[in-house]
Design a protein around this ligand. Structure first.
Ligand SMILES: Nc1ncnc2c1ncn2[C@@H]1O[C@H](COP(=O)(O)OP(=O)(O)OP(=O)(O)O)[C@@H](O)[C@H]1O
Ligand SMILES: [Mg+2]
Length: 337
């Protein structure tokens, strides 16, 4: 993996939603991260912490009328994606950067066959391609995501397919343009565990073959573990910890990351009751000042109520933002430095 130059670089991104004249919600605040060629970055966090909004910002898919980006830039191939107009963005979407969503049905049109929708995806970017050639490409794409009988699926309508087949079709559609970056927002959450495992394996195979970078969003620690080279943990619209996946899982620095890991059953799980993080993720309307986790954190001090901590290096490329010095120190002493 080449870590000399990032493929995509998100710098100090903040995303606001204007709800009415008096209310503006701060969904994402000062988030920076990079994704390098051929790597998978996992974004982990509980529901509502800003994972999807961050990903949608990359492709400008947040509602244009109500969304503003008060700070930040998203650099991709020398351009700031946040400054591109609709037409320029159209060229990026599905061509250089593709996205797969949790619910494939929301991304597919129920009135058209799978084949026609995949053909359309090709034609948008290659308007002069002969139909027969485009069809060959679609059948090959369906074949590459291990769909049995691609001919049959080509002529099927979305509602006749199972969730696993639909998600495979979506992956085929996303990969058709051989994007440099594939953003997967909880792509397997709606699938059975066995189908989920097959789809994850398929994505890893495609990544190897096509050398695509992947941003993989999930709240499932096991899935992150399986998919990611690096992981970024989000909470309350902030990045709170980031590093190589193995390092973050073995030596989590932030109390929140520790809590997430402790509450996840490990492979040698014996059925004992797992610890949970007390309380719930706050809503954007009553996000605590300072560190957003301060009202659930056993290590919170007065300082945590006032300001968000700076990111400190825990070791290697593992960094965390936390005022509880022993958390960061413990992680460092565990051998990650
Ligand atoms: N268009 C919008 N307008 C107003 N608020 C929004 C909008 N989109 C998202 N939000 C809010 O922004 C916050 C972050 O949402 P986001 O969808 O990024 O969460 P998430 O981390 O992806 O959660 P989940 O795991 O449930 O998908 C939430 O409080 C959500 O309600
Ligand atoms: Mg989401």
């Amino acid at each position: 993996m080449d870590r000399s130059k990032p493929l995509l670089s998100v710098n100090d991104l903040s995303v606001d939603f204007r709800i009415d004249r008096k209310t503006t919600l701060h969904a994402v605040r000062h988030v920076s991260f990079e994704i390098y060629p051929e790597e998978t970055l996992g974004i982990l966090g509980e529901s509502g912490c800003g994972k999807s909004v961050t990903c949608m910002s990359i492709l400008q898919l947040n509602p244009a009328r109500t969304t503003t980006y008060p700070t930040g830039s998203i650099l991709f191939e020398g351009e700031d994606l946040l400054t591109l107009n609709g037409k320029q963005m159209q060229h990026i979407r599905g061509n250089k950067i593709s996205m797969i969503f949790q619910e494939p049905m929301t991304a597919l049109n129920p009135l058209y066959t799978i084949g026609n929708q995949l053909l359309e995806a090709i034609r948008i970017h290659n308007p002069n391609m002969e139909r027969a050639d485009a069809k060959d490409m679609v059948l090959e794409a369906l074949n590459s995501v291990r769909i049995p009988n691609p001919d049959l699926i080509f002529d099927s309508y979305p509602f006749t397919l199972s969730g696993g087949m639909l998600q495979r079709s979506m992956i085929a559609m996303a990969m058709l343009a051989k994007p440099k970056l594939l953003i997967c927002d909880e792509p397997t959450t709606a699938l059975d565990v066995t189908i989920q495992a097959q789809v994850l394996e398929l994505m890893n195979d495609l990544k190897e073959k096509e050398k695509t970078s992947i941003i993989f969003v999930t709240h499932d620690l096991g899935v992150i573990n399986e998919m990611s080279d690096r992981v970024m943990v989000m909470y309350g619209g902030r990045k709170c910890e980031e590093g190589d996946a193995v390092e973050v899982f073995l030596h989590p620095a932030r109390p929140y990351t520790k809590g997430l890991i402790a509450s996840h059953p490990s492979p040698d799980y014996t059925g004992r009751r797992l610890p949970t993080i007390p309380g719930n993720v706050p809503s954007l309307r009553d996000m605590p000042k300072g560190c957003p986790f301060n009202n659930r954190c056993s290590k919170a001090s007065d300082r945590c109520q006032d300001e968000f901590p700076a990111y400190e290096t825990v070791g290697g490329n593992h960094c965390a933002a936390c005022f509880a010095p022993e958390s960061v120190k413990e992680a460092a002493e565990d051998g990650t430095v």
